[in-house]
Design a protein. Structure first.
Length: 114
């Protein structure tokens, strides 16, 4: 694969990062500063499913592959951003939300590592 461009599809991680209802709320704060402690350090609390993430098979099955055991090349390639940020809390993402984008997807772009 000859990668010519990287597009960052990740969400910013901060106190306002959207979460799945019931997941731990993200919280970020300054733990130390160079002025007072000689170094900068942040304290970060968040659930493993916060922000942009990959649902490895282990997320749903105890015997599933963990994300750190998945080949890194699975995470490089063509991508498509489907904006569903207008959905309400607990409002499901449906095929109707994705349908307008389907004409731009080919079966050769879909990969199932499981």
């Amino acid at each position: 694969m000859n990668i010519k461009q990287f597009d960052d599809l990740s969400l910013d991680l901060n106190d306002d990062t959207p979460i799945y209802p019931g997941d731990p709320e993200p919280h970020f704060e300054v733990a130390t500063t160079t002025e007072h402690d000689g170094y900068n350090l942040s304290s970060i609390q968040l659930g493993s499913q916060s922000g942009s993430h990959v649902d490895a098979p282990f997320h749903f099955r105890d015997e599933g592959t963990r994300v750190d055991d998945m080949p890194l090349d699975l995470f490089f390639g063509k991508a498509m951003l489907i904006d569903v940020t207008g959905k309400g809390e607990n409002e499901p993402i449906t095929l109707d939300d994705v349908a307008p984008y389907l004409e731009n997807v080919t079966t050769s772009q879909v990969h199932n590592p499981v």
